[in-house]
Design a protein around this ligand. Structure first.
Ligand code: ADP
Ligand code: MG
Length: 207
């Protein structure tokens, strides 16, 4: 991974989040408190504002800086959870495009969210996208899967994960109080994660 790839990702993700404002905002208004879009946009803009500093950093240092920036700028439940993902990821990644290390780092990031959020697969949260994506990434890397197939599989897994949240009864976060009344609605954090992952997949497809 090169810092210009990470910087391009930051710009593309910010644009996609802004384009998805009404969708993300309305999802959190239905089963949350309506602030998820504001939280995520604030995080994306904060990360965008430090992108010039990332140029001279290693991947590990860049992900650590991204995590610290999110930690200090984003409130709500999602801010500290996203921040902990990047801080854990930063402890594993290397500078030589080692996909094994990246997939391990991704799974460490997901585990960190699980620990911090005391949450698991099926709780109707962002983890219902991130856990399947992490598992799929690890198995594709282990099998030495071809790049284009890997990108497509990861994108499809993220899309399936977000749709799966619709039928789930929430066990964590603000929506938990709604119990069965939240069934039929997609989790906003899961949608944001899918948008981010699909954006990176699109970018990889072009590169
Ligand atoms: P808040 O819930 O404090 O208003 P946000 O609206 O920014 O914060 O984020 C809500 C999203 O955070 C949820 O849609 C869900 O995906 C995620 N989330 C909330 N609590 C947890 C948790 N304990 N574990 C994992 N994800 C969580
Ligand atoms: Mg909210």
């Amino acid at each position: 991974m090169k810092s210009d790839f990470i910087i391009q990702c930051i710009d593309n993700i910010t644009n996609c989040i802004v384009e998805s404002e009404s969708e993300i905002e309305s999802l959190d208004r239905v089963i949350g408190d309506g602030d998820h879009y504001i939280n995520i946009k604030r995080g994306a803009l904060a990360v965008q504002s430090i992108k010039g500093d990332l140029n001279h950093l290693t991947n590990a240092e860049a992900f650590k800086k991204i995590g610290m920036t999110i930690m200090s700028s984003v409130g709500g439940a999602s801010g500290p959870l996203f921040a902990s993902f990047f801080l854990a990821l930063s402890k594993e990644v290397s500078d030589n495009d080692d996909l094994h290390k990246f997939s391990l780092g991704f799974s460490r990031g997901v585990e960190s969210i699980m620990q911090r959020g005391k949450s698991k697969l099926g709780d109707k949260t962002m983890l219902d996208v991130l856990i399947p994506v992490s598992e799929k990434l690890q198995s594709l890397v282990k099998d030495g899967c071809e790049k284009n197939i890997m990108i497509k599989e990861i994108d499809l897994t993220a899309q399936a994960g977000v749709i799966a949240t619709k039928d789930l009864i929430p066990a964590k976060g603000r929506s938990a109080g709604l119990a069965e009344r939240a069934v039929g609605h997609i989790d906003p954090g899961a949608k944001t994660c899918q948008i981010i992952i699909s954006t990176i997949c699109n970018q990889l497809n072009k590169g």
